[in-house]
Design a protein around this ligand. Structure first.
Ligand SMILES: Cn1c(SCC(=O)Nc2ccccc2)nc2c(=O)[nH]c(N)nc21
Length: 277
């Protein structure tokens, strides 16, 4: 299980790897203007790489329910300088968290290696941009849109409906010219799911890992932890590591987290148990 990256590099996914979250929206950096945010972002990325992150996921637009939409030029102004700096300074894998075709193209041009789209390439031009970019893509399930998705999530059978959506999107990508080996699937924890839906997806995660595509799981600090335990964002480490451990045990190959150091340690325990210390 390997992804082909630009510049003849490859990403081996025979074991789970940790993806560190680098959020470049202004609300994610408390102080200062654009340069302070840029500088803080590079320091945070360096720390995550030191802590064992294999992929850095860079996002310029928040998908939190109720977050304001960001125009493409602003999203690009946030992500491109950081991608270029990371590409110059580190030998790491960079994923661009975006749904916009223009941002996908410019981010890959600037050095991004993977497209991570929470809207599964359904926005106008996104599928064509991903085909042209010739990089691996992560297709994530979302029911509805960020603004409204958590009002009343409904499913007859959340596992089969999410799985069917992902396999349909994967087929559309393959028919458009994206190689099957370059497709990553993701059930989209917290994106149009109730607390129960999230834990049924977690319980059945092996079914997604067995679909023939590498599986990405992102539960770090999310409301499926906050609502369960009634704890604030900065107290969700232990439960986030528990979610990562459960996902790795069920075959997830990319684990998207804020707390890289602790997650890398937990995933190392899982791989020692599964493949030998
Ligand atoms: C960009 N992106 C996001 S952002 C949402 C988030 O972290 N919310 C959040 C974070 C912390 C606390 C509360 C909510 N989640 C995923 C995911 O689960 N999979 C993939 N592939 N990409 C993703």
């Amino acid at each position: 299980m390997q992804l082909c990256l630009p510049r003849q590099r490859r990403l081996d996914l025979s074991r789970p790897v940790v993806m560190g979250i680098l959020n470049l929206t202004p609300d994610s950096f408390s102080d200062g203007g654009r340069y302070n945010r840029y500088d803080a972002a590079l320091r945070q990325a360096e720390q995550m790489l030191t802590d064992g992150a294999v992929i850095i996921d860079i996002g310029g637009e928040s998908t939190r329910p109720g977050a304001a939409a960001v125009p493409a030029h602003e999203e690009l102004a946030r992500v491109v300088p950081v991608i270029e700096a990371l590409r110059r300074q580190f030998d790491c894998v960079i994923s661009i968290d975006t749904s916009k075709a223009a941002v996908m193209s410019a981010a890959v041009q600037a050095g991004a290696d993977i497209i991570n789209d929470v809207r599964a390439l359904l926005e106008p031009g996104a599928l064509a941009a991903a085909v042209s970019a010739q990089v691996p893509v992560c297709l994530m399930h979302m029911q509805g849109a960020p603004r409204s998705m958590q009002q009343a999530p409904q499913y007859q059978d959340v596992v089969s409906e999410v799985k069917q959506f992902l396999l349909e999107r994967a087929r559309a990508c393959e028919q458009a010219g994206i190689d099957k080996q370059q497709i990553i699937l993701d059930p989209g924890f917290g994106f149009g799911k109730s607390l129960t839906h999230n834990y049924v997806l977690l319980q059945q995660l092996q079914q997604f890992a067995d679909c023939g595509y590498p599986l990405l799981a992102g539960m770090s600090r999310k409301s499926m932890i906050g609502q369960l335990l009634n704890i604030p964002l900065n107290e969700r480490l232990a439960a986030s590591v528990a979610c990562a451990t459960i996902a790795a045990l069920q075959g997830a190959r990319i684990i998207r987290v804020h707390d890289v150091k602790e997650t890398v340690q937990a995933v190392r325990v899982v791989t020692a148990m599964q493949y030998g210390a």
